[in-house]
Design a protein around this ligand. Structure first.
Ligand SMILES: Cc1cc2nc3c(=O)[nH]c(=O)nc-3n(C[C@H](O)[C@H](O)[C@H](O)COP(=O)(O)OP(=O)(O)OC[C@H]3O[C@@H](n4cnc5c(N)ncnc54)[C@H](O)[C@@H]3O)c2cc1C
Length: 508
């Protein structure tokens, strides 16, 4: 028998789980199909959850939980140290990294958070297990799909190896870099790969942290001429991650402990917990959707991890796509809303890939200098020049709020000519964000007496568009989308009916 559901999500990594949560936030049911029974604790790829992703988690009521599960409290450090080895000589440091210092800042409702990707995935899985609107099926995998006028039929394999079929109105492919869904809709990645090898290691080394002379930091970049790379703590106990750069897989596999000791700069005792070789890719799908199937996250774009944007970009995809699919399924937007997902999100991915490529062009190997590991006099002679290069070439990687918070959908067919950016944030009182006042659907924010509030609520009622009115003086009349981006302000033309129809994708 073929089961029928509104949305099937292929892939329960962070992005697939986020798609399901956004759809549930809008009141629509989905099933997530995921092969992995457990999250991959020893493959902690992303560690940087951006301020914007944390704002989106706050919107789902999850920000506090995510912070509670993070082993490194947000106030612990916002520093990246550049050194000759974890126990070596400090060259310089960069502060205020990754928006970790934004607590209480007007620019954002949440600071960023360092937390390993599997810990985030576990919070999302736990939330889903308590939601009546999402079913997560682990041990299952999607193998093929067919699409027709009325829906999509996915061929899936259940945990017993049995073939099953699931029928859905829409299918989201959040099945990662090797996406089966991308291949099934005939979309292709375009771009290039960086051939330099990277080698990740997770290790445990009791007492190592006490020996680090540089103080707390979220990244320690090792600018060593023969052991370049980076390290960081996975918890405040003894577990660490590191990335060795320019290291072929065979060399890493042969002697992971030697690699760790090279980065640390001493023959420390360490237990190797896991290794994970990888190469950076710069790939963007030529299209993000067919008629009823949509790609999100790594299935749609792959960018080098420098700057920490990959999964964060995917969470932005999930929210943008999720509210739109739900709007169509709930009947308050036409199907013509859906192509705007690609119009809005693909340029953001292209920009993110370009920025990550810029970050990747100068890494630890390029910044290192043989004299850094020479005599004290040689180190002193070269230190200032290397430090200057670090600040010149790496500052943008650690300070990217323009990309993280200020990306805009300006130019999208859904928004006014001057709109599209994220609603400027401010605090209403201690811990009380302007964003906390917004509804799950559209929000109209402005002075209580504004003459257009009535016509907006009438037009919204006519089209059954959920519109929450927030009366606050000191704001221009502003129409805010479910994803907190501005659709229109009263500095722009359009009647309320025209503005709402455009924002929900009605053809002009
Ligand atoms: C070293 C490193 C560091 C990184 N650091 C950061 C960082 O700091 N910040 C950041 O934002 N990003 C970072 N990234 C990128 C981040 O890891 C990815 O962008 C992120 O995992 C993408 O999430 P996703 O859900 O789209 O894909 P994935 O995490 O790949 O999830 C895809 C899911 O689909 C499932 N799947 C596969 N095939 C099928 C199938 N046939 N049917 C159903 N399900 C299937 C898989 O099991 C998997 O769970 C880093 C990456 C690396 C390599």
């Amino acid at each position: 028998m073929t089961e029928a559901i509104p949305v099937l999500v292929a892939g329960g990594g962070p992005v697939g789980l986020a798609v399901a949560l956004e759809i549930a936030h809008q009141g629509i049911r989905s099933v997530v199909i995921e092969p992995r029974e457990e999250v991959s604790w020893l493959r902690p790829r992303a560690k940087t959850t951006s301020a914007r992703t944390m704002e989106l988690f706050r919107r789902w009521g999850l920000a506090e939980q995510v912070r509670a599960r993070a082993a490194l409290p947000v106030g612990w450090s916002d520093r990246a140290v550049f050194t000759t080895g974890l126990l070596g000589r400090e060259i310089t440091h960069i502060d205020h990294c990754f928006g970790l210092d934004l607590t209480g800042d007007h620019r954002a409702a949440e600071p960023g958070q360092q937390i390993p990707q599997p810990a985030v995935e576990q919070v999302l899985r736990d939330t889903i297990s308590g939601s009546p609107l999402v079913t997560l099926r682990t041990g299952w995998r999607v193998v093929d799909l067919t699409e027709d006028e009325h829906g999509v039929t996915a061929a899936v394999i259940d945990p017993h190896g049995q073939a099953q079929r699931i029928r859905a109105e829409f299918l989201v492919g959040a099945d990662g870099a090797t996406s089966t869904v991308r291949a099934a809709i005939g979309a292709r990645y375009e771009g290039s790969a960086d051939e330099r090898p990277n080698y990740n290691i997770v290790f445990r080394s009791p007492g190592l942290a006490d020996r680090v002379p540089h103080g707390p930091a979220v990244h320690y970049w090792v600018l060593h001429p023969t052991h370049p790379g980076m390290l960081g703590r996975l918890d405040l106990a003894d577990t660490w991650w590191c990335i060795a750069q320019n290291l072929p897989q065979q060399a890493g596999d042969a002697d992971p402990l030697g690699v760790v000791r090279g980065l640390v700069g001493a023959d420390i005792p360490a237990e190797i917990l896991a290794t994970d070789p990888w190469k950076a890719k710069l790939l963007l799908a030529d299209r993000y959707h067919s008629d009823r199937v949509f790609l999100a996250g790594d299935a749609a774009h792959l960018n080098p991890p420098w700057g920490g944007h990959g999964f964060n970009t995917g969470i932005g995809d999930a929210v943008n796509l999720g509210w739109k699919l739900a709007a169509v399924l709930r009947g308050w937007a036409p199907r013509s809303l859906l192509p705007s997902y690609q119009d809005e999100r693909r340029p953001i991915a292209a920009r993110t890939i370009a920025e990550a490529a810029r970050n990747m062009s100068i890494l630890a190997p390029e910044l290192s200098d043989a004299r850094l590991t020479g005599t004290d006099a040689e180190f002193a002679a070269v230190r200032a020049r290397v430090a200057e290069a670090v600040h010149r070439d790496k500052s943008g990687e650690f300070h990217s709020l323009d990309l993280v918070l200020d990306y805009t959908y300006q130019g999208s067919p859904l928004v006014g000519a001057r709109s599209g950016a994220r609603l400027p944030h401010h605090w209403l009182g201690p811990g009380e964000s302007l964003y906390d006042l917004l509804g799950p659907g559209f929000t109209l924010l402005g002075p209580a007496q504004h003459p257009l509030i009535g016509p907006f609520t009438d037009a919204a009622a006519e089209h059954r568009i959920p519109l929450h009115v927030v009366a606050r003086s000191g704001h221009r009349l502003t129409l805010i989308r479910p994803d907190q981006h501005v659709a229109w302000t009263d500095t722009e033309p359009g009647t309320p009916r025209e503005v709402l129809r455009r924002a929900t994708g009605y053809p002009r």
